[in-house]
Write a protein that binds this ligand. Structure first.
Ligand code: 6PG
Length: 260
């Protein structure tokens, strides 16, 4: 793995998907240990889509699962499609199959958006109430996740903050329901202020089909993508495989001495 600094972010460029998944799993375990030591719990917001599935499956394997005190881990979702939980597009369903059903995490630690697929706005309010209750938030407070996992869409979206939906970025809400025209479907998403209030944010980007958008997001001359608006108070780390990083001009970045 090679590590670089670009603006306020760290880029970790791994050889391939396998190294990427293992490196991220190790990093998550380390953050979990520190959070549990400091606060008695580890609160993570999970990303959806295809990329993180192998990560969740690896975390469920004995090699990693035994390193985590699951009864002190709380799972939230950064975004969810407004579909029933057993729907093939459900991010909850994907995480349940890859991770939740494999580890001994208490049911009360699973904080998934409700399944009111036919009433996205109600679901958003309900999920927002779950956040307010769990983090015991006062009116204008923001939840502080120990870690928010994010992916990058081919159009530069992240979570379910899509280009043209920048209103979500200034939202006073913690969660909003957004109609995504190209999918003709509603989604729920954490808003940008919540994401940017996290102690750690990890982007996971892999595969050659993400190389171009990643280069535009990280080294493009225009700031036009929601993923570029992620600038957390805490640490921002881009975890990449070699294929996704292929179009980046790494010479423009400051190399960091990496431990592996
Ligand atoms: C979702 C995600 C979304 C995802 C990107 C990348 O619900 O789809 O949260 O933001 O991370 O679209 O998706 P892939 O990993 O499938 O390429």
């Amino acid at each position: 793995m090679e590590s670089f600094q670009i603006r306020q972010a760290i880029l970790n460029v791994c050889l391939d998907t396998q190294e990427l998944t293992r490196q991220v799993a190790n990093a998550i375990v380390q953050i979990a240990h520190k959070a549990i030591e400091l606060n008695g719990q580890f609160v993570i917001s999970l990303s959806g889509g295809k990329t993180p599935k192998s990560l969740y499956a690896l975390l469920a394997q004995e090699e990693f699962a035994q390193q985590v005190c699951w009864e002190k881990v709380h799972l939230f979702w950064g975004d969810e499609r407004c579909v029933p939980r057993d729907h093939v597009d459900s991010n909850y369903g994907m995480v349940f199959d890859a991770l939740i059903c494999q580890v001994r995490i208490p049911g009360e630690n699973i904080h998934a958006p409700s399944r009111q697929a036919d009433n996205p706005r109600e679901s958003a309010i309900d999920y927002q109430d779950q956040l307010r209750q769990f983090f015991t938030l006062k009116e204008n407070d923001l939840p502080a996740f120990d870690l928010v996992l994010l992916g990058l869409g081919l159009d530069g979206h992240t979570a379910s903050i899509f280009p043209g939906e920048e209103a979500i970025c200034q939202s006073k809400e913690l969660v909003t329901a957004v109609y995504v025209e190209k999918f003709d479907a509603y989604r729920l998403t954490l808003t940008l202020p919540v994401i940017n209030n996290a102690r750690n944010v990890f982007f996971l980007v892999e595969g050659k089909d993400k190389a171009q958008i990643l280069c535009q997001v990280l080294q493009g001359t225009t700031a036009r993508y929601p993923a570029q608006m992620v600038a957390p108070k805490g640490h921002l780390v881009w975890w990449l495989d070699g294929q996704a990083a292929a179009q980046l001009d790494l010479k423009l970045m400051s190399p960091l001495v990496s431990r592996s």
